[in-house]
Design a binder for this molecule. Structure first.
Ligand SMILES: NC(=O)c1ccc[n+]([C@@H]2O[C@H](COP(=O)([O-])OP(=O)(O)OC[C@H]3O[C@@H](n4cnc5c(N)ncnc54)[C@H](OP(=O)(O)O)[C@@H]3O)[C@@H](O)[C@H]2O)c1
Length: 352
């Protein structure tokens, strides 16, 4: 067991993931949220921005000054846009503060790949080398020793967890050239800043694919799958925007290298995740629904082997703001601080 009360700060607390971090951390028995930041709402109580937290906290937003925040917190969550987070992480690490970065800035190990996909050169390649990709199901032991966590993206979390049992080196049963990932995300995945595509009449009652083959989560998914497989993996990834607030549903198709039925495939998945507190392999024949994970840190996975096509079809669902962002960030903090991994995260989803 680690320290009893950890002082933490949320940088970018006025955004969707910042608000979700606060909602989760206010109920965490080992943590006190000692500082929160917002540039545009500095001086305002956070409950003016998030009325659902009224009476639960008196925290006031302050501007981001790493030297000031670092004196109040042993660990900071960065819920900032990419590029902005890069610099903040560097300053906090220089001040000795542990960092869990929810942005993409420290997820791609190769700075050239970052520059290619994010159109911005990485300013801190040395710090990048120290970052650990924070997917606990695959990197738990590294996370425990890390001081800088690159919290995974929402689409990658659903895709990588859905694919890991199919491709892990030594036990893989998928043709690595055949992987197709089709994901649908709720609109909160785009953050709180207004943009026309997320305006109610534009998003409501519509369903559209976007950034086919060019979405920035593609290299992140490929990096982690390649590490897992021990071979380069290329995927076809198509994201969609769907008119719901939260949730991601990812359907994965991959050609099997063995002739398996659903019962056997299901057994492989159940075995792979048997010790994981937040991955639920549904009984064979059941398929997941984003409704069942809304507000929770669970990833639900349903598996089917289709003998007619020789493919596995895997469906995984998460809440993009919880297992896809804030919940996973808290899971990572728990591991870094030697708290029980599930602390603060065991509540069920909101149903219906
Ligand atoms: N939304 C998701 O489902 C999701 C999932 C996984 C990862 N992420 C990643 O998590 C990060 C935060 O996402 P979000 O959806 O919470 O975004 P958001 O709703 O747009 O919030 C962004 C936050 O960053 C602050 N901010 C913006 N520019 C700043 C600057 N130059 N200096 C200081 N603070 C600044 C904003 O504060 P002000 O009050 O000053 O505007 C706000 O608190 C992003 O990198 C995103 O890619 C998001």
């Amino acid at each position: 067991m680690g320290k009893e009360t950890l002082q933490v700060a949320i940088v970018g607390s006025s955004g969707y993931t910042g608000g979700e971090l606060l909602r989760i951390l206010l109920n965490h028995p080992n943590v006190t949220v000692s500082a929160i930041t917002s540039e545009r709402s500095a001086g305002q109580p956070i409950t003016a921005i998030f009325p659902h937290l009224a009476s639960l906290t008196r925290l006031i937003c302050e501007p981001l000054d790493p030297a000031v925040i670092a004196k109040k917190a042993d660990l900071v969550f960065l819920a900032l846009p990419h590029v902005t987070a890069q610099d903040a992480a560097n300053k906090f690490r220089a001040l000795g503060t542990k960092v869990v970065d929810l942005s993409a800035d420290y997820r791609l190990a190769d700075p050239a790949v970052y520059a290619q996909w994010y159109e911005h050169s990485h300013q801190y390649p040395e710090l990048l080398k120290q970052a650990v990709y924070g997917l606990p199901e695959l990197r738990r032991e590294q996370i425990k020793k890390a001081s800088l966590i690159a919290n995974p993206g929402c689409y990658p979390t659903s895709a990588i967890l859905g694919l890991a049992p199919l491709i892990k080196q030594g036990m893989g049963i998928a043709d690595l050239t055949s992987i197709i990932i089709d994901s649908k995300s709720g609109v909160s995945g785009a953050g709180r800043s207004p943009a026309l595509a997320y305006h109610y009449p534009e998003a409501n009652e519509g369903l559209m694919a976007y950034k086919i083959g060019t979405h920035r989560h593609t290299p992140e998914i490929e990096q982690e799958l390649s590490a897992l497989a021990g071979h380069p993996v290329t995927v076809s990834f198509t994201p969609h925007l769907i008119p719901m607030n939260r949730g991601i549903l990812t359907t994965i198709y991959a050609r099997l290298t063995e002739n398996l039925d659903t019962t056997t495939l299901h057994g492989r998945y159940s075995d792979f995740y048997k010790h994981e507190p937040f991955v639920r392999i549904l009984p064979a024949g059941q398929l997941p629904n984003v409704r069942n994970v809304r507000g929770s840190n669970f990833c639900d996975i349903g598996v089917t082997a289709d003998p007619r096509t020789g493919r596995a079809v895997v469906v995984s669902v998460i809440d993009n703001l919880v297992k896809g962002a804030a919940g996973q960030a808290v899971q990572n903090m728990n591991l870094m601080m030697a708290f029980e991994e599930t602390t603060g995260l065991t509540s069920a989803g909101l149903f219906p």
